[in-house]
Design a protein around this ligand. Structure first.
Ligand code: ATP
Ligand code: MG
Length: 155
């Protein structure tokens, strides 16, 4: 890792710029409310890859004309990023396996969405290397919420 102090909101905005064309294709609106003060120690390229992989899923597994929201805030000395979609969701019995290498739920395999089942395993590994955490909540047919936490930079 190539660690440096990073203003988290800037990286979230950069990843939005990167993914916006994909969102426009599906007419999906991405809303954001970001804490602009949070500074973390991170590898910018890797952190960007985490956001990109999660947003790519949120878009891929959501119907057209739905919305995605990104909220960042500080809690218990950590920066939290919450990414919520209103897509197909993940069946309860496969939730525990999500993020294992090559694992894709039946719902996503049925829909010819394509993919190798690697995006989240990579994201989890990057979060682990940043001493952060990754968790996912989902309800089939309703949507999915991913929570990322990063330790805040101590000045
Ligand atoms: P890729 O390697 O291209 O990312 P993938 O999207 O299938 O392929 P992951 O990103 O690792 O792989 O996600 C694993 C599985 O988790 C997906 O196949 C899908 O079943 C489920 N999943 C992940 N994010 C979402 C989401 N936002 N909504 C619904 N299902 C999701
Ligand atoms: Mg993916």
């Amino acid at each position: 890792l190539d660690i440096e102090p990073m203003v988290l909101s800037q990286f979230i905005m950069d990843s939005l710029t990167l993914i916006r064309p994909q969102a426009e294709l599906k007419h999906i609106d991405i809303k954001h409310t970001l804490n602009e003060e949070s500074i973390i120690n991170g590898d910018p390229n890797r952190v960007m890859q985490v956001f990109y992989n999660i947003l790519d899923n949120a878009l891929k597994y959501s119907p057209e004309r739905t919305s995605i929201s990104i909220h960042s805030y500080e809690k218990d000395g950590k920066a939290v990023v919450k990414i919520k979609d209103h897509g197909i969701g993940i069946p309860g019995d496969s939730l525990s396996q999500i993020g294992e290498r090559f694992y894709r739920s039946d719902l996503s395999r049925q829909r010819n969405t394509g993919g190798y089942g690697l995006g989240l395993s990579i994201a989890k590994e990057i979060m682990h290397k940043h001493k952060g955490s990754f968790s996912i909540e989902s309800e089939e047919g309703k949507g999915t919420t991913v929570y990322l936490t990063f330790p805040l930079l101590e000045l």
